[in-house]
Design a protein around this ligand. Structure first.
Ligand code: APR
Length: 240
């Protein structure tokens, strides 16, 4: 197992990092799965049963996500690229990390701004536009949201796991770590890596992680400032 590289950082994020940008989480009070049955709107069975209902669910989320603005947590994460090699692995389907300036973002649960042909798998950018039944990809296949539904395979998982295994620093923010296999990524971190988890509530904080019990916009800038300071010291030490 390669030793973790202190210049490499992985951020593993969930919907909580976008909560203060006005986007709902899933399992908190007022969360999406408190309002909708995921079986009906986020599963292959729901799609087979009533595709228009599924389309409507994601069409209703696409506009607010496009209008939301990155918050202080997203921006602080992008700042890290000044001194570190940063990979953001996100369960989120919004593009707030990218709009904050993060240049390497791996979406393991898909992206709201993309659609794909149901049978062709052909992907196309839709931005904030709704997807309609009868709308086909270039190969004539019905377009569906490019989102990973329950029971479907997660995207880029092994790539994400490799990034986590090489990271000298890992920040987990805004996820309940209750959905697998994405949540298993935290276990790929090296014992000697500096590991921090940020969330107001967590059933079981992962072993070996420092738990900052608070909001992303309060805690993430603090972690980022500490890591940038540590890096500056190292470079000064080297230059001294
Ligand atoms: N700052 C930081 N964390 C927050 C904030 C905040 N302002 N608000 C809420 N949280 C935390 C909650 O305490 C909780 O731990 O964010 C977490 C949100 O958990 P979930 O609602 O379970 O969302 P998430 O972990 O992103 O869900 C994972 O489940 O439904 C599927 O595919 C969907 O990607 C999603 C996956």
């Amino acid at each position: 197992m390669p030793s973790p590289d202190p210049r490499r950082i992985v951020i593993f994020s969930g919907s909580g990092v976008s909560a203060e940008s006005g986007l709902p989480t899933f399992r908190d009070s007022g969360g999406l799965w408190r309002q909708y049955a995921w079986e009906e709107v986020a599963s292959p069975e729901g799609w087979r049963k009533h595709p228009d209902v599924v389309q409507a669910f994601y069409n209703e989320r696409r506009q607010p996500a496009a209008q939301a603005q990155p918050n202080a947590a997203h921006r602080a994460i992008a700042e890290l690229e000044k001194a570190f090699d940063v990979v953001v692995v996100t369960q989120n389907v919004d593009d707030l990390h990218e709009r904050a300036g993060s240049t390497t973002v791996v979406h393991v649960h898909g992206e709201l701004a993309f659609a794909r042909g149901e049978h062709s798998g052909l992907r196309q950018h839709v931005g904030a536009e709704p997807i309609r039944m009868g709308q086909l990809c270039a190969q004539g296949s019905q377009l569906r949201p490019d989102i990973v539904w329950f029971g479907e395979s997660v995207q880029h998982l092994e790539e994400a796991r490799a990034h986590v295994a090489r990271a000298g620093r890992l920040l987990v923010v805004g996820t309940s770590l209750s959905v697998f296999p994405a949540a298993s990524l935290v276990h790929a971190a090296q014992p000697s890596a500096d590991k921090v988890v940020v969330a107001p509530e967590l059933d079981s904080p992962p072993a070996g992680f420092d738990w900052m019990r608070g909001k992303a916009t309060d805690c993430v800038p603090q972690v980022v400032a500490r890591w940038l300071r540590e890096r500056a010291h190292v470079s000064q030490g080297r230059d001294a």
